[in-house]
Structure formats: structure tokens, C-alpha cells
Design a protein around this ligand. Structure first.
Ligand code: BGC
Length: 872
């Protein structure tokens, strides 16, 4: 029944004492009642009794107060339309350490003084301890300023990767909890490794180091509980042995690892007590990043005779190998996304230069202003994405631990013989449940969907990033445009909830939000770009879409102060540049002319205009977003019962719409081939009924003139096909989707892409999910699956183009919904599967609609006839 607690499947170390539980119904047509029962240590702590309700999601825990470490077993019984009770389904959750006082461990660090301009090897800490036999349970709670990996009695604790994850370490620090009962003996050895990670390693576009601090630290608390309730705690402290003479001489998320397999840690020193960082460790309640797909390569010899491994798929993750060697033999490996035109390995599409040593303000400003040629002193590439490995005698096995790479190809430099079967690439990402699949008669479209899914996997590592190579930044605009596509493909609820909190962390008192979250250094730059429309609006559009998809009002409430502060910022920015000058027209008070905006971002080269000081004003984009965001905010404020706010937001939404119409929907302004200028007003409902068909027709002309090639950038790409469909021109939308000439989604597929490219020309990053946001249309229009509200769907397939069939499944918050259609002899046959306890309004291609209950429904529909339902 897919029982979930706070979106998570049996979470260990949950961060809230009042979690909400959810389920999906199996069998039956409707759920007429439910009963949830929960026990703690065998005693009932919560019993809802039989509740007459069809609700399946977000039932708040309302039992006896829960405390840190409580393990709660819970079950659900459901009654169907016959009043029959179904079988009980069971799950559990366990709370983490909720109170700062629960932490008795002390922070420890390596016994050395870290230097700002130096890199340091991985630290090893160790403690041996004795414990009584037969504990009932043992838990390790652990976090780090850096990255940690724990081993108990030689076995790795858990399978989470790159923990404790990515946050703004200045304000938020996450810990993880692990069940280590099975690893425990009477004589034990706890080993901890500590690397730089996001805390101290190079991060972000320019690769600064020491962004959060110079001293990496670790905090661990192993709690062993016995049947009589007593607890034995082993906690980090100065009695831990320490050394940093282990095999990993350098570990950096972007640059890679330098390993000397001949070395083993001596633990000759002692841990140094370290200051606790400001934030108290909390649970992220996010899904865990794990190792997923494992790919084996083919060996390629390049024209110049170099050895390259081709994994056939661009991923983000680790590299693994096994090799027999003599002590001192070396392997140098470089990881990249592409081969150049000559067929040689290159990292040119993502590398930048940065100072090799110190990163002062001057260097920051030079990099931010694109003047890296003026950097003084030695410089280096960022990211380096390389592994330097020195072998020990005999068998050597390696898998990346504290770095992550965006790659398909690996350049291998070694005197050793290379067998491709001894290498593997391992994809690493937040282990979200796959919820969506789509398949149709067009192999190129199927590949586009898989490429999008791969770009999502390549970028959903604890936070959504733009690309896994150069920038690796949580760009707000990218994550905003991709939300619905992401949510069809995987269950992103816990993931985006975590990131919404990261957004909150990065809001300035003015209400402006940084353009990247979490913070990654270069605050000046990302604060400047932070007000950019389309990017900043993520703070409203993501919680709004989250609410509509997951029906989560509590999260909306939690995010409301952030949204409200952003609304204040927008209000402070609206109006003309010169506030004192009289307005040319009263509606100009709602024009948004100020601030810095990135604009459409990466339209095809012929439309692209300069971003920055000398670029054109972005009043069109900004005023459109002022309307769009305020409209959403008004709906949110209304739902949350803030009528005064709602009225203000409505005033701005309407004012901006009028101002937009006066300035940007004139006959002149809309006589353009620049698709974004026509898509945006249509998508945002800025066009009144009188002008709608004029703007729609002009868009169709613009698309036809370009021979159905795409002409939009990040902001309008997700909207272009929906807008054409709404204009009753799905034929044009399909031609655009199926167009194979650059710029176009399938042009990339034809060029051999295995992920989505950042720019249509394929010159920048090759793993940017943003333009893959078109896949939302495959689910919600081609297959036609949409969530209409709690327990309700709208299913309206739109057959078209050269497609003879299409099918999609979506494991929605209310259960699995599926649609497939097939065209033959001008008839369409449609099968819709509606999950138990939900209804769907079916819209058929001939324009008729009907509401159906749970079950499998088939329809046959010819244009000229009314559809008839075929009973199964
Ligand atoms: C990033 C984008 C981002 C953009 C904003 C780029 O360099 O890679 O994904 O949204 O900057 O300007």
C-alpha cells in the first residue's frame, strides 16, 4: 500500500515528532474509512478509531507525545465501498535526535593546523571499545563539517554516499542515523574518515575552497540500547586515535582523488578537540544519495593513440576499477563528457581557470567579471575531474569515495594493461523512487525522455544542480522550470522539501533570494543575480506546484514567510526607475523595470542578447513574472487565509497584466519571430481574449518560418508545446517536438546525446536537465495525465504527429495511474487505468468528457462519432 511517513519509506532518524502518514489504496473502488494504529515498545500510542474519510495523504500523527529515538510501528486498515475491511498494512518510523541536548558527543578534528592555500589528506579516526552482549539495538548518529564515512568492525556503515550532504553549512547542518545493530560485536572498532566535501573542498562554478571553513570536523554518537532500557554511548572525543597518513592523499568533490594504495593509516596521533559549528545538527528528511546504475565501458583508441574508456552514457558518479600491479605503478585518469571533433578526449566544454592557491576578493571579482586572464600567480583548471592512483603490490581495487564526476569518457594514462571489464562507472544520486515512465512509437522521443531522466539523475544529488561538471550549483531557475517533469519521473517530494528549506536559508532581509541555493561562495555574484525573474520566482512557483501536486498545505504554510518576503521585495521593485517622476500611465506603477535579470537565458544564438550591464532592459520578462508570481501568490494567500495579502497580490497581478498589455502586446511588439516573446504572454495568460488568436497565429508563423526548430531559452522552453496545444495547434507542437534540425530536442538525440545539453549548440555543459522540461508535455498532454486535486485526475490524451501509439504510467501520490493510446485507421483506442479511491475526468480527442471511477477503462473514438465505452 506504499505506506509513507513524511514522504519517506520507513525513515530512520526522522526530524519531526508530529509526522504525517500517507498510503495508496489497493483494490476496491473507494476508501470509505480508515483506521491508523501506532505502537511504541508494544504499547498503543495512537489510534484514530474508524474515521469515515477518503483521505490517503498527510494524516497527522495525533497520539501520545513522541520523543527522540522513539520507534513507532504503525498500521492502516481501510474499508471499501462495501464496508469491507481490507488487510492491515504495516510500516514504521524512528525519530532521530530532536533535542540539541541529545548530543553528548564532542566535535573532533585532525591534529594539524589547516592552511588556507594547502590541500590536506583524508583524516582517519579510530576508537576501540567493549560492550555487553545482546543489545536490542544500536544506532550511529553522525555528521561532519566535510564528508564522513564510518566503518564498524571493518564494515561500512550504511550505503549513503557523500554525507552529510549539501547545505549552507553556516546555517544548517544535517546528520544521518544508521542502524548498526548487526555490525556490533563485544570487542569493537569504530573508524571514521573525514574529507573536504562541500565544506572545505572546491565547489561551485569557480571552485573556491574553504567556503565554509578551514577545519573539517566530525561528530559521531553510537548508542547501544539493551533490553532493560540502559544505554551505552560511544561518542567522538579526544580519546579517538587519529592520523592522516592513509591512502587518500587528496579528495575533492570537483578535482577528484589522489590515492596511494601503498599507505595505511597508522593512527599514531590523537584527535584534536574542535569547536562545535554554529548550527545544531538536524535531520534533512531527504532521500539518501546512493550508488545506483553500474556501467561497463568499451575501450577506444583515439586517432592520436590514446586510451579512452567509453561508458556509453553520460552520468554523475564514481569510477571503479580493479587492477593487478606492482607497488609504485600508476594510473592517471581524467573524466569528461565528450570527445572533440577529432575524436580526442577533452574537458574543454566545462573547464575554467581559477587561482591554484589563494582565493582573495580580487580573484573573486576578476572571475566574476570574466577577467580570469588577469589572475596573478599559478592557475589551475576547475573542475579537474581526475584520479591519480599509485598501486600497491598485487590486487588493487578502487572506487571513488569523496569526489563526484560528470562523465561518459575516461582518459587513461598508464603503463599497465587495461581491460575494460575491470572498470565501471557508478551513477550516484538521491535515491528517489522512479514514478514515471513513457513510451511511444518514436524511438527518438523515447530517447529524449531517457536523456532527461539521466540528466535528472546526474543533477539530483541532495540538491538540484544545473550540471555535474563545471558549476554544480543549485540554480533556482533550472530547478523551477523542471519541477513538474522531475515530479513525473521520480518522487521528488522529500527532495524538493529539503531544497525549499535551503532556499529559505538564502533569503536576504530584503526578500531577495540568492540565484543559487545552497550558498556556494561568491555571495556577491549570486545575490546580484538573485533577483532575476524566473530564478527568484522559484520561491513561490516551487511551493505552489508542490502544493498542487502533493496537496501539502503544511509545507505551503512553512514556506509562506519566504514567499511573503519575496512579494514585499517585488512590490519594492515595481514601478518606474525614477519614482518621483509622474507616471506616463497609472498602470506603469506595475511595470517591473528595475533590477538585474538573466532574461530568457540561452535562446538559440541568433536570438540571444547580452546578459549584464550592456544588455537590453528585461522589462518584458520581469513584468510578465510580476503578474505570474503575484497571481500564484494571491491564490496561496487566499488558501492560507490571508485575505489582505491576497488582495494586495491580486492588485499587483492585475496591474502587471494591464501594464504588460500596454507595452508588450502591441501589434508591433508581437510581430516577431522570437518565440519566447509570444510564448510567455500566452503561457502566463497575459493576453486578453480579443488578442489571443492574433498572438497565437503569430507564434505559429514564427515556428513555421523556422521550420519547426526550437527558438526559446530556459524560461519559455517548457511552455512552447503547451501553448501551441492550447492554441489548438497540437500538430505544430508535434512537428516541433519531432523536428530533427538544430536547435531541437531530437537534433541532440540524433547527435548521439545521452543526456540533455545546456545550450542548443552543444558547446557548453552536456548534462543540464533544464531544456528537458519539455517532457512534462509528454506526460500531461501526449499521454494526458494530470492531477486535478486530492484523489482526482484529469486524463486527456492528445494523439498526434507521427506517433501511432503512446503510453505512460505515473505513480502519483494517490496511486498508479496509466494511459495508453493507439491510432489505427483514423480511430483512437485509449486505455486509462485509474487507481483505487480516485476518479478521473476523461477528455477524449473528439472533445467529449466523462468522469470515471477507479478501474481500467477503454474507449474507442473516431473523430466523427461519439466515443463509446467498451466494457472489459
Ligand atoms: C548555469 C545555468 C543557470 C544560469 C543562470 C549558467 O551558467 O549553468 O543553468 O541557470 O547560469 O544564468
Amino acid at each position: 500500500m506504499r505506506l509513507r511517513t513524511e514522504y519517506l519509506d520507513r525513515p530512520l532518524g526522522l526530524g519531526t515528532a508530529s509526522p504525517r502518514v500517507s498510503w495508496n489504496c489497493e483494490g476496491g473502488i473507494t476508501q470509505t474509512a480508515y483506521r491508523v494504529r501506532a505502537t511504541r515498545d508494544g504499547e498503543t500510542v495512537w489510534d484514530t478509531g474508524t474515521v469515515r474519510s477518503d483521505r490517503m495523504t498527510h494524516i497527522p500523527y495525533a497520539g501520545a507525545p513522541l520523543r527522540s529515538r522513539d520507534r513507532v510501528e504503525w498500521s492502516v486498515t481501510l474499508w471499501d465501498e462495501q464496508g469491507e475491511a481490507g488487510e492491515q498494512s504495516q510500516s514504521w518510523f524512528e525519530l532521530g535526535l530532536l533535542d540539541p541536548a541529545d548530543w553528548t558527543a564532542s566535535w573532533i578534528a585532525g591534529d594539524y593546523t589547516p592552511k588556507r592555500s594547502r590541500r590536506h589528506p583524508v583524516d582517519h579516526f579510530r576508537k576501540s571499545f567493549h560492550t555487553h552482549p545482546d543489545p536490542v539495538r544500536a544506532r550511529l548518529y553522525i555528521t561532519a563539517c566535510g564528508l564522513y564515512e564510518a566503518h564498524l568492525n571493518g564494515r561500512r556503515v550504511g550505503d549513503a554516499q557523500l554525507t552529510p550532504g549539501s547545505t549552507d553549512y553556516r546555517t544548517r547542518l544535517h546528520y544521518q542515523a544508521y542502524d548498526v545493530t548487526e555490525l556490533l560485536r563485544q570487542e569493537n572498532q569504530l573508524e571514521l574518515q573525514l574529507a573536504d566535501g562541500w565544506y572545505r573542498g572546491s565547489i561551485g562554478c569557480f571552485g573556491p575552497t574553504n567556503v565554509f571553513g578551514r577545519q573539517t570536523r566530525v561528530l559521531a554518537q553510537l548508542e547501544i540500547t539493551f533490553a532493560d532500557g540502559t544505554r551505552h554511548t560511544v561518542a567522538t572525543g579526544p580519546e579517538f586515535a587519529w592520523s592522516n597518513d592513509g591512502p587518500i592523499r587528496l579528495a575533492d568533490l570537483k578535482d577528484g582523488e589522489r590515492v596511494d594504495a601503498r599507505m595505511t593509516p597508522s593512527y599514531a596521533g590523537a584527535a584534536r578537540p574542535a569547536k562545535a559549528p554554529a548550527p545544531v545538527p538536524t535531520a534533512s528528511d531527504n532521500v539518501t544519495p546512493r550508488m545506483r546504475e553500474r556501467l561497463v565501458p568499451e575501450l577506444v583508441t583515439t586517432p592520436s593513440g590514446r586510451t579512452v574508456l567509453d561508458f556509453g552514457q553520460n552520468i554523475a558518479g564514481f569510477l571503479e576499477f580493479r587492477i593487478h600491479a606492482k607497488a609504485g605503478d600508476t594510473l592517471d585518469l581524467r573524466l569528461g563528457e565528450i570527445l572533440d571533433e577529432q575524436g580526442e578526449f577533452t574537458q574543454a566544454n566545462f573547464q575554467k581557470r581559477k587561482p591554484a592557491r589563494s582565493f582573495g576578493k580580487v580573484a573573486e571579482v576578476l572571475l566574476m567579471t570574466g577577467k580570469e586572464n588577469l589572475l596573478r600567480g599559478p592557475t589551475q583548471n576547475t573542475p579537474e575531474q581526475q584520479i591519480h592512483y599509485t598501486c600497491r603490490d598485487g590486487e588493487n581495487t578502487y572506487r571513488t569515495r569523496f569526489a563526484v564526476f560528470g562523465f561518459r569518457y575516461v582518459l587513461v594514462e598508464t603503463d599497465l594493461e587495461i581491460n575494460p571489464e575491470d572498470f565501471a562507472a557508478v551513477a550516484v544520486y538521491s535515491d528517489m523512487e522512479q514514478t514515471g515512465s513513457f513510451e511511444c512509437s518514436h524511438p527518438g522521443v523515447n530517447r529524449l525522455l531517457e536523456n532527461t531522466r539521466w540528466s535528472m539523475k546526474g543533477n539530483f544529488l541532495d540538491v538540484p544542480t544545473d550540471c555535474p561538471t563545471r558549476e554544480r550549483l543549485g540554480w533556482t531557475g533550472d530547478a523551477q522550470v523542471f519541477f513538474h517533469t522531475a515530479a513525473y519521473l521520480m518522487d521528488v517530494a522529500a527532495f524538493y522539501r529539503k531544497w525549499i528549506r535551503d532556499l529559505q536559508d538564502n533569503q536576504a532581509p530584503s526578500g531577495k533570494v540568492s540565484a543559487v541555493a545552497p550558498y556556494n561562495g561568491f555571495g556577491m555574484l549570486y545575490e546580484k543575480t538573485g533577483g532575476s525573474v524566473g530564478w527568484a520566482d522559484a520561491v513561490v512557483l516551487i511551493p505552489y506546484r508542490f502544493w498542487k501536486r502533493y496537496d501539502d498545505e503544511a509545507l505551503l504554510r512553512e514556506a509562506y514567510p519566504m514567499m511573503r518576503a519575496y512579494a514585499q521585495y517585488l512590490i519594492s521593485m515595481a514601478g518606474p526607475e525614477n519614482r518621483r517622476a509622474p507616471l506616463a500611465h497609472p498602470d506603469d506603477a506595475y511595470l517591473y523595470v528595475r533590477g538585474f535579470h538573466l532574461g530568457e537565458w540561452l535562446e538559440p544564438a541568433e536570438f540571444r542578447d547580452h546578459v549584464g550591464k550592456n544588455g537590453p532592459p528585461r522589462t518584458e520578462e520581469a513584468t510578465a513574472y510580476l503578474h505570474y508570481t503575484m497571481r500564484h501568490l494571491a491564490e496561496i494567500a487566499d488558501a492560507l487565509d490571508h485575505p489582505d495579502d491576497a488582495a494586495t497580490y491580486q492588485e499587483y497581478a492585475e496591474g502587471a497584466r494591464r501594464a504588460y498589455q500596454r507595452h508588450f502586446l502591441t501589434a508591433d511588439a508581437t510581430d516577431t519571430d522570437r518565440q519566447a516573446k509570444l510564448v510567455r504572454p500566452l503561457a502566463f495568460d497575459l493576453v486578453d481574449d480579443m488578442n489571443r488568436s492574433r498572438v497565437e497565429d503569430r507564434l505559429v508563423t514564427a515556428v513555421e518560418k523556422r521550420h519547426y526548430r526550437v527558438g526559446t531559452g530556459f524560461l519559455s522552453t517548457p511552455f512552447v508545446l503547451p501553448v501551441l496545444t492550447d492554441a489548438d495547434r497540437p500538430d505544430v507542437a508535434y512537428r516541433m517536438l519531432e523536428n530533427r534540425r538544430t536547435p531541437g530536442w531530437l537534433a541532440e538525440v540524433d547527435a548521439g546525446a545521452t543526456t540533455i545539453w545546456e545550450d542548443w549548440e552543444g558547446e557548453a555543459s552536456h548534462n543540464h536537465y533544464s531544456p528537458g522540461a519539455v517532457c512534462q508535455w509528454l506526460f500531461d498532454t501526449v499521454a494526458g495525465i494530470r492531477i486535478e486535486g486530492r484523489n482526482r485526475f484529469r486524463i486527456q490524451p492528445t494523439p498526434g504527429g507521427s506517433l501511432t501509439h503512446a503510453s505512460a504510467q505515473y505513480l502519483s501520490p494517490y496511486g498508479p495511474v496509466a494511459v495508453s493510446w493507439r491510432r489505427a485507421a483514423e480511430r483512437v483506442e485509449i486505455t486509462a487505468t485509474v487507481p483505487p479511491n480516485t476518479t478521473a475526468e476523461i477528455g477524449l480527442p473528439d472533445g467529449t468528457t466523462q468522469v470515471v471511477p477507479a478501474g481500467v477503462h477503454q474507449f474507442a473514438c473516431a473523430e466523427a462519432f461519439r466515443p463509446r465505452e467498451v466494457s472489459l
